[in-house]
Write a protein that binds this ligand. Structure first.
Ligand code: PLP
Length: 229
């Protein structure tokens, strides 16, 4: 077995353990294998081990990989997307997880409408309020989401966040529990067309904490593919 396939299976095992430990069903949690910077051969190794969802950050690199890999997989876009690049992502990715502004929502909707499709997205939330981070603030989201709900060619499946970097996974817990509170709050408003079920949170350093706090998708790169240069 290759290192990648061993790593992938080890992470899956830990996801199962964390789910059971927190009284959840392992099948409610998807593992997004974050393959940014790694070649398609490595993606194939993960595919052999059972991986079917891959996350990419850089649009040019991502589009090339999507077009190269013949295996039937689901692609998620997880990087910052400039509005003028939205046209390359719409229809190519099953889920655009990193939709961080109303402007980007509007452009994705426009491109999806030109292609005659509905694009699934997650709204990225800057839950910590760090200056350096992209995303809607928790405060601005209720108002923005009403606007977004009027866009007919995007479907908001849930929320995504990236917490401040920390060596200690416990530091992420407060942010993940805040994101869970936020999705519950927004869902309870019963905004027409908005029924969010996905919480994308947790990376190599803290995915177990994220699962304990209700993640339905974890995005793991380093633990599967190794360190990035
Ligand atoms: C790179 C990246 C990940 C994966 O990070 P690892 O620490 O390598 O697991 C997850 N989410 C986003 C948005 C990323 O950019």
């Amino acid at each position: 077995m290759s290192a990648v396939s061993e790593n992938y299976k080890a992470v899956l095992g830990k996801i199962t353990d964390s789910a059971i430990k927190s009284g959840r069903s392992p099948s409610d949690i998807s593992l997004v294998a974050v393959s940014k910077t790694f070649p398609v051969e490595k993606i194939r190794e993960a595919f052999e081990a059972g991986a079917r969802i891959f996350g990419e950050n850089y649009i040019q690199e991502a589009v090339k990989k999507v077009e190269t890999l013949n295996e039937k997989v689901s692609w998620h876009f997880i990087g910052h997307l400039q509005s003028n690049k939205a046209k390359y992502a719409v229809g190519k990715f099953d889920l655009i997880e990193s939709v961080d502004s109303l402007k980007l929502c509007t452009e994705i909707d426009r491109q999806a409408s030109l292609k005659g499709i509905a694009q699934d997205i997650l709204l990225e939330v800057n839950i910590s309020g760090e200056e350096s981070k992209y995303g809607f603030t928790a405060e601005s989201l209720p108002e923005n989401i009403s606007e977004i709900s009027k866009l007919g060619n995007i479907k908001v499946k849930g929320l995504m966040t990236i917490p401040p970097f920390s060596e200690n996974p416990e530091d992420s817990r407060q942010y993940y529990s805040s994101l869970r509170d936020l999705i519950n709050n927004l869902n309870s408003r019963k905004i027409r067309g908005i029924e969010m079920t996905e919480l994308s949170m947790g990376m190599s350093s803290d995915y177990e904490v994220a699962i304990e706090e209700g993640a339905t998708m974890v995005r793991v790169g380093t633990l599967i593919f190794g360190g990035r240069t």
